[in-house]
Design a protein around this ligand. Structure first.
Ligand code: COA
Length: 384
């Protein structure tokens, strides 16, 4: 396998972008990515695009063709990838493997989702849960994560103050991110006093409904060296699926696909969790950030909440988590999220994160998850 580097990134604002059609979101991300890489369109050989549900959200399928054509990439090999909210991470892995295998030299990995287009977002998202055993009985994602939170609280003594601190911390980071959907600082009282969505989770425990796109360009490491750019390489890649329905898992307070994907990525990279300097994890709900940190191995089961309250996961702390603002503050355009995470880690490792910079970061991790954890993708990036 060849070594692979990221040679350019591009991203739209994340938010309620009612005036911007799906195809313009994609084109904006791709055009800014190619500009960043200083690569011409006719050099691109292939594109993998993560998108969860353009059929339900936008009544548009056959996405790889329509988006590539609109972005001026007619003739390339292009494929849409779907793994619910992990679609972006899965698209990145497919693009990485294509370049690593030697099949292509210039491959775009992207993600795009336009969730504000008139459709019922809660209904569209719920198609990624188990229809027969979960959705037919009335439960949607806030309800599923509320059950995970309740089980975690019962088993480990996790408190609501710990969940609140995840939101407070991520909004603090997001307030420094000009592309974030909700770039404002909040307090614990904001989270506690917000309208309840599914007990124990309230409005500020939830990621929002978001439009956005992100793209990265991958190439063999020799090409990146010749361009004279910061050399950010993909050191590890892991992916795993698990049962979708919570009742099929031995312990509903856990999300095992995250750990399975992380172990594969660490083994591939030849590093351990202690080597990681900065990470983006899939905080679709506040409880998810704690579960993901524990499954990846940053903390023992039940310990991530206390560490969050102690400030360890904030910028300046021992293990900065979700410096972009995470899904909670930056926003969660589901198919684009995994690529947005890669953009943040690339910028951190390149020293381009401005006020959010983690000084001296050399190794970063991005973890992207589908639904309530039926799928997970983990990547480890390194700057040489
Ligand atoms: N955090 C903070 N504020 C939010 C918010 C969020 N997640 N979502 C919406 N708001 C704000 C809006 O800006 C708006 O503020 P305003 O009244 O000052 O303008 C207000 O709350 C109401 O917005 P609205 O769009 O009507 O909210 P909603 O009730 O339709 O949706 C949720 C709120 C939490 C139910 C929705 O965002 C949601 O379903 N989130 C989870 C998404 C999800 O499941 N993703 C997949 C994960 S697996």
């Amino acid at each position: 396998m060849r070594e692979v580097a990221i040679i350019g990134v591009g991203m739209t604002d994340f938010g309620e972008l009612w005036q911007t059609p799906l195809r313009d979101l994609y084109a904006e991300a791709v055009v800014s990515c190619l500009k960043d890489a200083e690569i011409e369109r006719d050099q691109i050989q292939s594109a993998w695009m993560g998108c969860m549900s353009s059929g339900l959200f936008n009544h548009q399928e056959h996405l790889a063709s329509i988006l590539s054509d609109y972005a001026g990439l007619r003739g390339i090999a292009a494929t849409r990838v779907e793994s619910a909210c992990a679609s972006g991470g899965a698209a990145f892995r497919a693009a990485y493997l294509e370049v690593a295998s030697g099949a292509s030299d210039f491959v775009i990995a992207s993600g795009v989702e336009k969730m504000n287009d008139g459709a019922d977002a809660t209904f569209c998202l719920a198609t990624a849960a188990d229809q027969e055993y979960e959705v037919y009985h009335g439960v949607t994602f806030p309800g599923l994560y509320a059950m995970i939170a309740t089980a975690h609280m019962h088993k480990h003594g996790t408190t609501y103050d710990m969940l609140c601190q995840v939101a407070v911390k991520n909004h603090k980071h997001g307030a420094m991110n000009p592309k974030a959907q909700f770039p404002m600082e909040i307090t614990t009282d904001t989270v506690k006093n917000a309208v309840r969505v599914a007990e124990p989770l309230g409005l500020f425990d939830c990621s929002p409904v978001t439009d956005g796109a992100a793209a990265v360009l991958l190439a063999p490491v020799e090409v990146a060296k010749a361009l004279g750019k910061p050399l950010v390489t993909i050191k590890g890649s892991g992916q795993a699926v698990d049962s979708i329905a919570l009742h099929d898992r031995p312990d509903p307070s856990r999300i095992p696909s995250v750990g399975m994907a992380a172990r594969k990525a660490f083994e591939h990279a030849g590093v351990t969790v202690r080597d990681i300097d900065v990470c983006e994890v899939h905080d679709c709900f506040t409880i998810a950030e704690l579960c993901c940190l524990e499954e990846i191995g940053f903390y023992e089961a039940g310990q991530a909440g206390g560490a969050t309250l102690a400030g360890e996961t904030a910028l300046g702390g021992k293990m900065p988590v979700n410096t972009s603002g995470g899904l909670k503050s930056k926003g969660h355009p589901v198919g684009a999220t995994g690529i947005g995470q890669i953009v943040e880690i690339y910028e951190q490792l390149s020293g381009l994160s401005g006020d959010r910079q983690v000084s001296g970061a050399r190794l970063g991790l991005a973890q992207n998850m589908g639904g309530s954890g039926g799928s997970s993708v983990v990547h480890i990036l390194e700057v040489k």
